[in-house]
Design a protein around this ligand. Sequence first.
Ligand SMILES: Cc1ncc(COP(=O)(O)O)c(C=O)c1O
Length: 365
Amino acid sequence: MTIHIPVARPFIGQDEISAVSEVLASGMLAQGDRVAEFEKKFADYCGTTYGVATNNGTAALHAALLAADIGYGDEVIVPAFSFIATATAVSMCGAKPIFADVNDQTFTINPDQVAERITPKTKAIIGVHLFGQPFDVRAIQGICESHNLKLIEDAAQAHGALYNGEKTGGFGHFGCFSFYATKNMITGEGGLITTSEKAFAERLRLIVNHGQSEKYLHTRLGYNYRMTDIAAAIGIVQLKKLDKFNMRRRKNADYYNSNLSVLGLVTPYVAPGMYHVYHQYVIRLTDEFPVKREEFIEYLTTKGIGTAVHYPVPIHRQPLYALANDPDPCPVSTRLATSVLSLPVHPLLDAKELAYICDTINRVK
Ligand SMILES: Cc1ncc(COP(=O)(O)O)c(C=O)c1O
C-alpha cells in the first residue's frame, strides 16, 4: 500500500454536507440568516460583541484597516514573517507596511522591534498569532495604548487559541480570521472580523457591502466582501467542532514533542500563558541537523509524508516590497525562512501515521 500523508486535510462530515444542502434547497444562497447566525456565534465564541463575516481573511484585514481609517500616508507595523496578506492588506489601503522582525523562538512579532519602528505616521499595528500561537499581546497592547495606535489581530491561523486564558480575536480593536480550506476551522473560503465597538461594526458593515446604508444608497466607498449563506452554514457546523479539532492538533503536537529526537531538530517553543492551537507544527533545523532542508523534504516526500515551508521568503524580501533591505532590517525572519519546516498536524492524523512520521524522521541520516 502506498503511503500518502498530506500536510493538511480538511474535515468535512455529513453534518456540513447536510447544512449546505439545506441552504441550497432553500434557494437563499447569498447573505441570509445563516451569515447572521454565524457572525453571532463566532463573536460569542471569541468573547466580542460583534462579528462581521467576509468572503476571505484578506478582505477581513482590508476592511478592518479601512474601518480604522488607515489610508494614504499612514504607516502600519506588521511582522516580516507571516503570510503575505498581513502586509498587502495595508498596501491595499494606500498605506505603507513597516516590517518588524519576529522573536526567534516563538516566531511572533518582537515588541522591541515594533517600538523602534514607530514614527509620527504610525497609525496601527497588526500582530499575527502565527501558526496558532498568540503573539505577546500585553506588550503590543501597551505600545498601542501609549502611542494611541489601533491594534489589529491577524488571527487567521489561531481560531480558539488562548492568551492567558482568553481567546484571540478579543484583544485588539479588530480581530481578523480566515476560514480558508486548510485552517483550523473552514468554510472553503471565508473570513470574519470581530470587534466590540459598535461604531467599528457599523463601519465594517458598510465597507463589506458596497458602502450601502440603505438599498442602493451608498454613503462611502465599499467592496463586495460578503460571505455567502453556503459558507456560513459550513462555518456554523465547524465552529461546534473547533475545540475538539484544536485538542487533537495539540495532542498530535505533544506526540511529536515527545518522540522526535534528531540532533539539530528544534520543536516549537510555546511561551508561558499561551494555548497554542497548532495551525502548523513548525520545526526548525539547525546546522547540526544531518541533512539540508531541501534534501530532508525530498526524503520525506519519497516516504509519502507531506510537508510545507511557511514561509520560504519573508515578506520584507518579497519582490513586491524588497526595496531597501541592506542591511537586512529583519534578520531573524530571513534566517527562519531558510530553516523552518511544517509537518502534518491536522486532526485527521491517526496514531499509526504519527508513529510512522516520527520513526521516518528519526532515521534521517
Ligand atoms: C496569517 C494570515 N493572514 C491572512 C491570511 C489571509 O486569509 P485568506 O487566505 O482567507 O484571504 C492568511 C491565510 O491564508 C494567513 O495565514
